[in-house]
Design a protein around this ligand. Structure first.
Ligand SMILES: *Cc1c(COP(=O)(O)O)cnc(C)c1O
Length: 561
């Protein structure tokens, strides 16, 4: 810094700010600044400006971290960053990289047979057949696939949201009527336009959309979440002039929000939970809001623990900070609206600006369908894409896809009409009943299990202090069950579906029996925290993102001939 500049700052009597008239203060400061600018060399000036810019940014950065994460949280983040950096340096050494890669390949080779099932009997079709198959040949080929090892769909957590075989026949019929229809051209398919708009209306009604509320259908929960984040970003860009965008959401929020942040160049800031209720800590949410925050998110309920966040508190915070609030009811779907005495979480809460609801979960619509709803058309408009100067003509599209499958809208529309309010009420009662049965059973064995929070929806997440909870997941797999393994903290969960009503009693028997066996065999509860417990690889290589590389290898397998 030049001496002139330092003197100008030093000479200034800061104590006088209160007694000075503001105008005099400004005049004095401007005069000093003016003389400094006219007397300093250009080089000095440039140096000072750069210095101020850098230190200013740095101090603001530190302050931001201290406010958001506290002293220990900031130190922890700093430690993690340095640790990660050192590890990355180490990892870039060829010898280390080679060893890690070898280890990953060994692990992947172990996973492969579980994903790619080979059967010598099957004829492979890796290129187009020279001459097309007849219908009976295709049916014969599909018949062979029955030899694949299939999961028992009544023994799955979530995954298959079946509404019964009569509904399935109806869906196949209606879907078949419109397989060629494309919603991108509403002028060609006016009936599809009508059906889509009615689907949105029916779901809005279920979630108490006020006058003026609106929405669009999408291909699934993830697309609904992507669009709400995109709309929040574009809204902030146009109305607040922001160029950086932050989302504040619970750590338990669905990974689709993470995906949105990744795709759309936004930053996701995770808010911690209240460890007793497992709802997002709303004080933390308040602290994490900054000048670049463009969206708050809560879940009704979240995927991991099936807990509904305190939407009314989040709404207060959103209104206070003039921010949009999204409620992720993708999983809540057609069950949460029917929970007796549930806290309100929909458009009746004034700060809620958008809600996502998956018609392809507990709505039982054919897979590939969800609805994103907004309180007003003004917000919805920001998810649209319009190009006015494309050589191909004026192009306008409401969602991420270009061409959109009209058959899915028709299938969803027929499903909603077929089920009706009473149908969904009945299915919700059965699903909630299954979840309650699981909760009650686990509570009868406090020595074996503990439940996370107080879930009231379809999901029950639990852990154990008596054995390694991931061992229980393995034991249940051997009995044909597919539960979901969670992490941070270690847990597994079961999402009841319409189908589990027939299997829930067996589930409880198997859970208790397996847990008792694990205790008898000395399964170690303390071993369930490390990375190894979940991914089968040691935690010491966590920073090399071994789990991430395994996941990439897993996806590669999906397309392996
Ligand atoms: C399933 C789910 C989603 C995303 O749904 P997809 O249809 O799989 O994209 C979003 N949020 C929650 C809470 C979910 O359970």
């Amino acid at each position: 810094m030049s001496a002139d500049m330092i003197n100008a700052v030093k000479e200034f009597d800061w104590n006088q700010i209160q007694t000075y008239e503001v105008s005099a203060f400004v005049r004095d400061f401007v005069a000093k600044l003016d003389s400094y600018i006219t007397t300093s060399s250009k080089l000095d000036l440039a140096k000072d400006v750069a210095f101020l810019a850098i230190t200013g940014h740095f101090i603001a950065f530190i302050e931001d971290y201290l406010i958001k994460f506290g002293i220990f949280g900031s130190l922890y983040k700093l430690f993690n960053t340095i640790y990660g950096y050192i590890f990355q340096c180490l990892y870039s050494l060829p010898i280390v990289r080679g060893t890690v890669k070898k280890r990953i390949d060994i692990e992947l080779a172990k996973i492969e047979p579980g994903i790619i099932e080979r059967n010598e009997k099957f004829v492979d079709n890796f290129v187009l057949p020279k001459k097309g198959f007849s219908r009976s040949e295709i049916e014969k080929t599909i018949k062979q696939f029955e030899d694949f090892k299939h999961a028992d769909i009544a023994k799955l957590s979530g995954t298959v949201y079946h509404g019964g075989s009569q509904l399935r026949e109806l869906q196949a019929h209606v879907y078949g009527m419109f397989t060629f229809a494309n919603q991108l051209h509403p002028d060609c398919f006016p009936e599809i336009r009508k059906m889509e708009s009615e689907v949105v209306s029916m779901v809005l009604d279920l979630y108490h959309g006020p006058k003026g509320s609106c929405g669009t259908t999408t291909s699934g929960g993830t697309e609904s979440l992507l669009l709400t984040c995109l709309a929040a970003r574009e809204y902030a860009r146009h109305n607040r002039g922001l160029t950086e965008f932050e989302i504040v959401a619970p750590v338990t929020v669905h990974a689709g929000i993470d995906k949105a942040a990744h795709y759309f160049g936004m930053k996701l800031i995770h808010a911690p939970l209240n460890h007793r209720t497992m709802k997002v800590d709303t004080n933390a949410v308040k602290r994490l809001i900054g000048p670049n925050t463009v969206l708050l998110v809560g879940s009704a309920p979240n995927f991991p623990h099936g807990i509904i966040d305190d939407i009314e508190k989040l709404s207060d915070i959103a209104i206070e900070n003039n921010l949009p609030l999204h409620v992720d009811a993708c999983l809540g779907s057609f069950v949460v609206p029917f929970i007796p005495d549930a806290p309100i979480f929909d458009f009746r809460v004034p700060g809620v600006t958008s809600i996502s609801c998956d018609t392809h979960k507990y709505g039982f619509a054919p897979k590939g369908s969800s609805v994103i709803m907004y309180r007003s058309p003004e917000l919805r408009r920001y998810q649209y894409f319009v190009s006015t100067d494309w050589t191909g003509g004026l192009y306008a599209s409401p969602t991420l896809a270009g061409s959109r499958p009209g058959a899915l809208s028709a299938g969803c529309w027929a499903t909603l009409l077929y089920m009706g309010r009473s149908g969904y009420e009945k299915s919700a009662k059965e699903i909630l009943g299954s979840a309650a049965k699981i909760r009650d059973a686990l509570k009868c064995h406090p020595d074996l299990f503990f439940i996370y929070g107080e879930p009231i929806a379809s999901v029950v997440a639990f852990g154990s202090t008596a054995f390694n909870i991931y061992d229980l997941d393995d034991a249940m797999k051997k009995k044909g069950w597919h539960l979901n393994a969670l992490q941070n903290p270690p847990a597994i969960h079961m999402a009841a579906t319409y189908l589990t009503k027939t299997s829930v009693d067996q589930l409880i028997v198997d859970l208790v029996e397996s847990a008792k066996e694990l205790v008898a065999n000395g399964s170690d509860a303390s071993a369930s925290s490390g990375t190894k417990a979940l991914y089968g690889v040691a935690g010491s290589v966590k920073t090399a993102n071994v789990a991430g590389k395994l996941a990439e290898g897993f996806i590669d397998f999906l397309y392996k001939p």
